[in-house]
Design a protein. Structure first.
Length: 269
């Protein structure tokens, strides 16, 4: 097990017994952890962690900590969200320092808001520790800027997977197609064909550049460049696996000029 590194003499907040910290672990690479996240791992009594949390990140937990898996993966038997929330409340009421460790950022499609509301209703003190979300880190590791003043002054983060497992019907897809030059889709592989069809019906061009970043920032990262019209077929042909993010927009074209000169951090596809 990796030893917990010594942190600088910073004024970190106390991780008090009977409290819950909702902490973002980032998209995978342990180097993207915040110092506050490492501080939390070094003091937690129980770490309730998600499926997408890299095992190397768990190595930063203190040896006495209990590692409690609470991963949810589509199509597989998984803990239900109410059960996870009840577990956090119960552990905190037992006087534990409870670290809820979530991939990416807790408040970006991570259901951290639901857990925070439940903790607030139960009177459990909690703290939010943001993490780097895949829409930022995944694009960066693939050599794609999230914004660039020559291409886009706006970006939209969109879920491609509603709570019922279908394409989100609550979104105004025509407005979304016209409203942001760059779209970043989370959890969209299953419904990519339907989403692309809706976006093209809303005015996006079939030849608009698209990149799919699978397992972003990890040793297994893959990047597929395609177009909106061909994205679903190309993803299937390349056997791209989740978790993955899909970025749609002109910023994808910048990758060719950037990726060749980038210092390697993880495989770039």
């Amino acid at each position: 097990m990796t030893s917990v590194p010594s942190l600088p003499a910073l004024d970190f907040p106390e991780f008090a017994p009977g409290s819950v910290w909702l902490v973002g672990a980032g998209p995978g690479d342990p180097g993207l952890l915040s110092l506050l996240a490492v501080h939390a791992l070094a003091h937690a009594d129980v770490v309730v962690y998600d499926a997408l949390v890299d095992r190397r990140i768990l190595a930063f937990a203190r040896p006495q900590a209990v590692l409690d898996y609470a991963g949810k993966r589509g199509g597989k038997p998984s803990p239900q969200q109410p059960d996870i929330t009840d577990r956090l409340i119960r552990l905190a009421r037992d006087g534990r320092r409870v670290l809820r460790l979530k991939g990416g950022d807790p408040f970006v499609f991570g259901r951290g808001g639901e857990e925070a509301l439940a903790l607030a209703a139960a009177g459990i003190p909690f703290r939010i520790v943001p993490g780097i979300t895949a829409a930022v880190a995944g694009l960066a590791y693939a050599g794609i800027p999230a914004t660039h003043r020559d291409t886009n002054s706006a970006i939209a983060l969109v879920t491609g997977h509603a709570s019922d497992g279908e394409v989100p019907d609550g979104l105004d897809w025509p407005a979304l197609a016209q409203g942001a030059p760059v779209l970043v889709l989370y959890m969209a592989l299953k419904h990519l064909a339907a989403i692309a069809e809706r976006l093209m019906a809303g005015g996006r061009a079939a030849d608009e550049p698209v990149a799919v970043v699978s397992k972003a920032t990890t040793d297994d990262q893959r990047v597929l460049e395609t177009t909106l019209g061909r994205a679903a077929a190309d993803v299937a042909a390349a056997r791209i696996e989740p978790p993955a993010i899909v970025v749609i927009g002109e910023v994808v074209r910048l990758r060719a000029r950037l990726v060749a000169a980038m210092a390697p951090s993880r495989p770039r596809g």
